[in-house]
Design a protein around this ligand. Sequence first.
Ligand code: GAL
Length: 634
Amino acid sequence: MTQTLGVCYYPEHWPEAQWAEDAARMVETGLSWVRIGEFAWSRMEPSPDQLELDWLDRAIAVLGTAGLKVIIGTPTATPPRWMLDKHPDMLAVDAEGRPRKFGSRRHYSFSHEGYRAECRRIVTILAERYGKNPHVAAWQTDNEYGCHDTVLSYAQSDTEAFRNWLAQKYQSPEALNRAWGNIFWSMDYASFDDIDLPNLTVTEANPSHMLAYRRFASDMVVAFNRIQTDVLRKYTDAPLIHNYMGRITEFDHYAVGDDLDIASWDSYPIGFLSDRLEGSADHKARFLRQGDPDMQAFHHDLYRAVGKGRWWVMEQQPGPVNWAPYNPAPLPGMMRLWAWEAFAHGAETVCYFRWRQAPFAQEQMHAGLLRPDSAAAPALAEAATVAQELQSLPALHQATAPVALVFDYASAWAWDVQPQGADFDYFRLCFAFYRGLRQAGLSIDILPPDTADLSAYKLVLAPGLLSISDPLKSALGRFEGTALIGPRSNSKTPELEIPIPMPPALDGLETTVSLVESLPPDCSVTLQDGGCFKHWFEHLEGSADVVKRTSSGLPALVRAGGLHYLAGWPDAETLLSLLSELANAQGITTTRLPEGLRIRDTASHRFYINYAPEPLSHDGHTIAPADVLWVERR
Ligand code: GAL
């Protein structure tokens, strides 16, 4: 498989006379793919029962004839204004009970049956018309499920759908009352029709109720997407894709991915650094124009797992964006670096967002490959460079990494519902472990929580995993490498109750978490050989071998054979040395990379990726700022 580039294009934004020239220029730049259509519903159907697809027929023909492969995005993220006249109650409602109004995008509730039917209808029309079109080589469903906080909705349709979902899952109100412990505070229900969504309660709702709602909300996204994939499968053999986002954990991406052929995500490194990552002011200043050195890689690895090996970047930041609090320009070279980093992690295709900067509406301050006046923006030449380089490099193949990290969406919901400490966040915890491994120079695979075979790995990490699934439990039982479980792993039942026997309840490991503490940001529990835990510390009792202790002599890390349980959330330095020690003990070579340099191994090549604003040296190579170097692996 050879890696390719593409771009997102909005023919409906530009005079038709310009399409052919745009297409020719895309091809000349070395782009192979063009994604269109995902926000164009109001042009496809200007009013109910008025279908206008001739312009789309022509756009596809122009782009396809120029030699581009077209990805059609279904337009369901932007229902037109008339849709609200047909379905006034389709809007999502926020937790305070306020409808999320028309005038931007994603203004729908996933559970609304009327809107679902409209989506099935428009997707059927498009699929019938373009399913066998030779230029249409892939389909994207909707756009960025969950973006703009749109998974959780508290509309009437959600209440009704939730009741049905509960009735199916629990069968009787008595079973639900038992499963949730509703006797506490006299919360017992006599009928499913009495159960409301868990917002606007006086104080916190029952965590089991909240987790059930989160599972339900995720299922609604899966069902919504499946409506579209079911239709598309009938009319096309082209691969089906969705473009996920960065650090969105409100729905189970693995479950959505099961209905698709390829996972993709939208990578905005500089936007994400300022808008959705914890980090010191120094860190954010150092990586201001490059993005965090681990954020993209984490999602590349995550979506490789979600896509079962097949994944793309559907939107790549091309310059300053418009939506973060501050929007600096990338260092020259970053638009090339990000693409190469994605390829090094196995991306089949990287599409830049977008072809030409729009001079109008919400994203007029968002760069493109071209300026609004069609002159080249800096990213155009970088995209052309990547296209040329791709031709000289043999296709890249992925190698199984030595280390795996388990990532689970239900755990993110559970700890969101019950953080116990204000800054206990599941993504943040997993990302900290991921960063430690990367600083040690390692390549990582991310695994879903129901993984049944770990035998390809030497070191497996499962921090914060709500409950360990049966397949994973047996895989761990058979595992001959080192496993690091904890903190907080296997600490709850899937209903969010404390299991008895008490956690972590891992076969063979004689340890019990007897007490847990969360800690404010400026406090820590120091360890005997240096380092510390922050945010979270668990007191362990039992007879398991103690590998590390706190300064006051309490167990910090215990083990039975290769199975380790970690009693706290190590700070960055501690994590780096702990993970290096565990890896080294398994014969995995680690290093300590200069801050901002990262390594990614493919089957054939080692990539050195420099996110730092200055040159960095490693292994006898010096890598310029914002540059990527690849060497053949010995
Ligand atoms: C993405 C979205 C695009 C565009 C882009 C701007 O989240 O899918 O439509 O809005 O952000 O950065």
